[in-house]
Design a binder for this molecule. Structure first.
Ligand code: E4P
Ligand code: PEP
Length: 339
């Protein structure tokens, strides 16, 4: 249920409404907008008393109570009509300024990471990506540097001022990852690992939720609900391609998710063209398409020497190609009404 409060109601009246919502068995989530405060009251309407008569009890405080029609509640635009923004070290994702997150697939060494960090910063990226714990198909392939990789990311953050995004693979690592990162990435393989989503949400760090390899959009939005319903408002969706019959590309990057997620949700949408196409030669075109279609940010794999990369070599762009990409994106960003 969406409970819209009247403008300028007193703190005392607001507290009384919240108390009543809790008493009736619902969990209230407060969303403060510029003009109005809205409460998303989440609970099972089949087993609890309906909230629809609440305005009768609080006529001075409540403007309206309406049911949320969608299965995803807090993620929906019905609950939160304005776009949400996620603040990462002063950079707003979902705001006017288009954001680029870039860096290697895996953190391999100090030299590799620092070279990449300085180059992507120079080209205009604001957030550095890098996997320290890697979800590999084969247990015999490089699994990431672990804690050593996290410490290198932290060093790069201190040296460059870039924000950090890195993947969380296990609930046991949630606190450790949160100590070294600004955004927790939940990868495609774990997009419906609900306990992991809850653990990520509970760290309080922004969460970037990738779309699962064969996940329907509604399932993805519902997975995002695990983050928002665990008191973490900083959620971003990331489309990274889905499995189809096509073999020209590693995955099929579904750019239709941009207008769909924008229509259904207030959360920012990020596009990963690297996993999406699985081919470095397609990255620039995919990025241009994503910007033109209204994405809020990009997540791009960049490596000083892709041919020698310890993971995902074929889809990582070189430092030179990344600089060219950033240059070529400028008119697309302007045409999309972004900075
Ligand atoms: C990067 O290392 C990812 O974990 C990778 O895309 C997983 O795929 P792979 O292990 O099949 O190469
Ligand atoms: C990654 O970004 O390193 C990654 C493994 O991506 P995905 O979860 O999209 O495969």
């Amino acid at each position: 249920m969406i409970v819209v409060l009247k403008p300028n109601i007193s703190k005392k009246d607001e507290a009384a409404v919240l108390k009543e919502i809790k008493k009736l068995g619902y969990k209230p989530h407060i969303m403060r907008g510029v003009a109005r405060t809205v409460i998303g009251a989440i609970g099972d309407e089949l087993t609890h008393q309906s909230l629809e008569s609440l305005p009768n009890s609080f006529p001075k405080a409540i403007e309206s109570v309406t049911p949320i029609q969608k299965r995803f509640k807090l993620v929906s635009r019905e609950a939160h009509p304005a776009n949400s923004t996620v603040n990462v070290r002063g950079n707003l994702i979902g705001g006017k300024k288009f954001q680029v997150m870039a860096g290697p697939c895996s953190v391999e060494s100090e030299k590799q990471l620092m070279t990449t960090a300085h180059a992507v910063k120079k080209a205009g990226a604001t957030i550095l990506r890098g996997g320290a714990f890697k979800p590999r198909t084969s247990p015999y392939e490089f699994q990431g540097l672990g804690l050593k990789g996290l410490k290198l990311l932290d060093k790069a953050r201190r040296e460059t001022g870039l924000g950090i995004i890195t993947e969380l693979l296990s609930e046991n690592h949630a606190d450790m990852i949160a100590e070294f990162t600004d955004i927790i990435q939940i990868g495609a393989r774990n997009a419906q690992n609900f306990q992991l989503l809850i653990a990520a949400a509970k760290t309080g760090k922004p969460v970037l939720l990738k779309r699962g390899l064969s996940m329907k959009i509604e399932e993805w939005l519902l997975a995002g609900e695990y983050v928002l319903s665990n008191d973490n408002p900083n959620l971003m969706f990331c489309e990274r391609g889905i499995r189809t019959f096509e073999t020209y590309t590693r995955n099929t990057l579904d750019l239709s998710t941009i207008p769909i997620v924008k229509k259904e949700s207030h959360a920012p949408i990020v596009i990963d063209p690297s996993q999406g196409a699985g081919r470095a030669d397609l990255v620039i075109a995919m990025c241009k398409g994503a910007v033109a279609m209204g994405a809020d940010a990009l997540l791009i794999e960049v490596h000083p020497n892709p041919a020698e990369a310890w993971s995902d070599g074929v889809q990582q762009v070189s430092l030179e190609l990344f600089a060219k990409l950033m240059h070529e994106l400028k008119p697309f960003i302007a045409a999309a009404g972004r900075e």
